[in-house]
Ligand binder design. Structure first.
Ligand code: NAP
Length: 267
């Protein structure tokens, strides 16, 4: 498969690295397109054997799949470029947050669009991507895209495109919520007199261990919490404060706001 990546930024490059790592795309069949010529040398050095060029010097007619990995706010500008044309059989895979299939079809005058919402752990092949497709994309075409997405982690097909706003809010933005909580815990450690590096170590290893317990246990999250929080103990004291301050509701409210923002961006 020949793949062109429009927008060699964080996501475009991490996707490209995964495709090469799992030998789903040969370096010679990978094309990375930057906005500025100044970046071509740097990106070329990271992808030996791949074709790297600036947008105004690129031809993407040869690609079977074109991945659109520019920021949503750059999309209109990109789409307005009259030199950007697609062949009828080319597939487009958009990973832009909040831009609907219909909008992409209209602005790019092209029907074969798959829309995906990955997240940043794709950098390590540990991401999760929700995706959906326009009508008219064959099962085989979809499977060839899913194979590529799976090289960046896991992927889940969604029949209903509207659910991608929820996926954006949950897993697309999710890593940032996690960092936020980790940061609060590390700062609490520092307030209690624990050295910053040590506090980081305690918190990161706690998160890692707790994640594996969730993954390897048949118990519900409530039961796992009960296992840690004994009556009248320290964990219970913390949880009581979280409940009194409605922390769970606040987190949920934030995530629902992220979903609303995704819907708003789509409009
Ligand atoms: N980061 C995440 O966690 C995440 C998660 C889910 C989805 N996404 C989606 O992934 C997309 C990319 O995000 P990102 O974090 O990778 O952003 P990024 O690092 O800023 O990458 C976007 C790249 O697109 C380039 N670009 C802009 N216009 C272009 C054009 N006309 N031709 C060629 N290249 C162009 C930019 O060039 P310059 O370097 O010159 O600006 C930049 O390198 C976004 O649409 C975002 O919604 C990101």
């Amino acid at each position: 498969m020949k793949v062109a990546v429009l927008g060699a930024g964080k996501m475009g490059m991490s996707f490209s690295q995964s495709f090469l790592k799992y030998e789903l795309v040969k370096p010679g069949n990978l094309q990375l397109i930057t906005r500025n010529r100044s970046k071509v040398e740097e990106v070329s050095a990271m992808f030996p054997g791949a074709l790297v060029s600036a947008f105004d010097e690129s031809e993407i007619e040869q690609a079977d799949l074109v991945i659109i990995a520019v920021k949503p706010q750059d999309f209109a500008n990109l789409a307005s470029d009259t030199t950007l044309r697609f062949q009828e059989n080319q597939m487009l895979l958009s990973i832009m947050a909040g831009i609907k299939i219909e909008q992409i079809q209209q602005l790019l005058h092209h029907q074969k669009v798959v829309r995906a919402m990955p997240n940043s752990p794709t950098l390590l092949g540990m991401g999760i991507t929700g995706y959906t497709a326009a009508e008219g994309i064959s099962f085989n075409e979809l499977m060839s895209i899913e194979r590529l997405l799976n090289s960046t982690g896991r992927s889940v097909y969604l029949e209903d495109e509207n659910l991608l706003d929820g996926v954006t809010a949950l897993s697309g933005s999710g890593p940032a919520y996690f960092y936020y909580i980790v940061d609060a815990m590390i700062k609490a450690g520092i307030k209690m007199g624990i050295d910053e590096n040590l506090s980081k170590l305690f918190v990161k290893q706690t998160m890692l261990g707790a994640y594996h317990l969730i993954n390897n246990s048949d118990k519900s999250l409530e039961a796992l919490i009960k296992d840690v929080a004994s009556k009248g103990g320290t964990t219970e004291a913390a949880l009581r404060t979280f409940d009194d301050e409605h922390l769970k509701e606040i987190l949920q409210k934030g995530i629902l706001n992220a979903e609303s923002r995704s819907k708003e961006l789509s409009r």
